[in-house]
Ligand binder design. Structure first.
Ligand code: GLN
Length: 258
């Protein structure tokens, strides 16, 4: 009888041990799921990073897929609002959004109001003109009007050259409207992220071409309001490292032709 009791006691101990282990594991696995659904803003038409796919009836693209893969890896919930680039910046600053992923270039001035993740893609700006245009550099734009997308690096570059070479800048809210202004001759040129306008030229046959070299190359980053949502940046960075290590990141880029 004593033996039986001793056996049962040790069995209970072993079971307890396993159960305790199980619980610890579960807690570790759940450490990032705090029950919160993060609100992430993005651009509305910035292919191949985010764009509405008529066939799938949803927003797709490199940014959308990277965010989904990282959220899955890190176990957090989120919803995306594709409202446009300037709107996304405003939503993050006002606290309406927890973060944004929108082909957003990491740069020192933005670090005054945003905290960025590690960079996940490299790109730079390029001058864009009509396919049959003779304008080959910003100096050729003297006295003309140039299109730019509000709050972007392209707009910043257009503003800088406008002062230097003497032309006027007209602002648009999204990339397609800006491209149209150039392709229909309303404005002489625009400045845009090379890979994005490159995609549009090929896929949408816009009658545009890029001229000159890439200006100010930089890295795209996920962003939150400065000093806020540090947990989200941490999860993004850890998840990014993880999807780079397991091949998912390369798989996503390859899907969009990189
Ligand atoms: N990469 C550019 C920027 O950060 C453009 C981003 C965008 O238009 N979505 O300003």
């Amino acid at each position: 009888m004593k033996k039986v009791i001793a056996f049962l006691a040790s069995l209970t101990m072993v079971i307890c041990l396993f159960t305790a282990c199980g619980q610890t594991k579960k807690q570790e696995g759940q450490k990032t799921d705090n029950g919160k659904t993060y609100v992430i803003y993005s651009d509305n038409s910035f292919a191949p990073f985010e764009y509405y796919d008529e066939g799938q009836k949803k927003y797709v693209g490199v940014d959308m897929d990277i965010l989904a893969a990282i959220a899955e890896d890190q176990g957090f919930k989120y919803e995306v609002k594709n409202e446009g680039f300037d709107a996304a910046m405003g939503a993050v600053q006002s606290g309406q959004a927890d973060g944004m992923i929108a082909g957003m270039t990491i740069k020192p001035e933005r670090k005054e109001t945003f905290d960025f993740s590690e960079g996940y893609f490299e790109d730079g700006q390029i001058m864009v003109v009509k396919a049959d245009s003779k304008y080959a550099s910003p100096a050729d734009l003297k006295g003309l009007t140039v299109a730019a997308k509000t709050s972007t690096m392209g707009a910043e570059i257009a503003d800088k050259y406008a002062k230097q070479y003497g032309f006027e800048v007209v602002y648009y809210e999204d990339s397609p409207t800006m491209y149209t202004a150039v392709s229909n001759g309303t404005n002489a040129a625009c400045f845009e992220d090379r890979s994005v306008v490159g995609w549009a030229i090929v896929k949408e046959k816009l009658g545009l071409k890029t001229v000159g070299e890439v200006i100010e190359p930089g890295l795209y980053g996920f962003a939150v309001k400065k000093g806020q949502n540090a947990d989200l940046i941490k999860m993004f960075n850890t998840g990014l490292a993880s999807i780079k290590a397991n091949g998912k990141y390369d798989e996503i880029l390859a899907k969009y032709g990189y």
